[in-house]
Unconditional design. Structure first.
Length: 277
């Protein structure tokens, strides 16, 4: 049976180490209270526990959650990105995590958020993930690349190019139902196209009316808690089941509608009552 998770990076709005640790604990306890046994977070939390990973392990046990995924971001500097990501993957393995989500962190300029497929840029993402994926596999961690709005891997053409130039043995996908919707891709069709390469899933809804009124990066303000938009999650779940997926369905909401707790609660009720998980 698929597992349900929630991502907690939106709780951490203060990067002071002690404050961030308290906020991280709050995210764990609130997610557990709402019925999420699995959680993920951005890989920057390694910075707070690098000297003592056991402190984080003990915290998750005390809160009753499993931290299964850390989420990193790459620049176009291949070697620097690999250096940072390998340290994050090693830390993830040390604390018992199984999946490392990753994406391009953006174009690094003030240009348009949506651009034609750029093989030169995507090739760098392919090199990073192929090399990182081989290293991660040796530690029992699966690298899952996340196509994302405002980055060099977003559109159907981008995804197809990336898939064709990465090794399935080392690189899986984390598809996000909202980002695929923004790209004009049917999430169900994408699941069937790349079912064997899906290592992890992000779920969030999209208010298509708000999306139709938005331009550029403001489109991401159309993201919603599950059930507050038009994504057909029962069809997505059915497609995943048809493809034999039994991994994690992780709810992520970049911009909570009211607050983190509210969005997590709304989504958990939807998953329980509509998806039966």
């Amino acid at each position: 049976m698929m597992k349900v998770a929630y991502t907690g990076w939106t709780w951490i709005n203060n990067r002071d180490p002690e404050a961030a640790k308290r906020l991280l604990e709050n995210s764990f306890r609130e997610c557990k209270f709402l019925g999420y046994d699995y959680v993920e977070n951005f890989a920057f939390i390694r910075d707070y526990y690098a000297e003592n990973p056991q402190e984080l392990v003990d915290l998750t046990k005390d809160c009753g959650v499993n931290l299964v995924n850390l989420y990193g971001h790459f620049t176009f500097d291949v070697e620097k990105s690999l250096e940072i990501a390998k340290a994050q993957v090693k830390f993830l393995a040390d604390i018992g995590g199984k999946w490392y989500n990753c994406q391009n962190g953006g174009f690094g300029d003030d240009g348009p958020a949506e651009r034609p497929t750029n093989p030169e840029m995507i090739d760098k993402m392919c090199e990073i993930t192929n090399r990182l994926g081989e290293y991660a596999k040796s530690l029992g961690v699966t690298v899952c690349f996340h196509p994302h709005y405002g980055t060099c891997v977003f559109s159907q053409e981008d995804i197809d190019y990336f898939a064709a130039h990465t090794n399935p043995e080392y690189v899986s996908f984390c598809f996000d139902t909202a980002h695929t919707t923004l790209a004009g891709i049917c999430p169900v069709k994408l699941v069937h196209q790349y079912g064997s390469r899906i290592g992890y899933m992000h779920l969030k809804d999209v208010d298509t009316y708000a999306l139709s009124k938005a331009e550029g990066r403001a489109k991401m303000a159309s993201f919603r808690a599950l059930g507050h938009g038009t994504v057909n999650f029962p069809a997505v779940k059915a497609a995943l089941e048809e493809e034999g997926y039994d991994g994690v369905l992780c709810v992520e909401l970049d911009r909570p509608e009211v607050c983190n707790f509210h969005s997590a609660e709304v989504s958990r009720i939807y998953i329980r009552d509509v998806l039966g998980l």
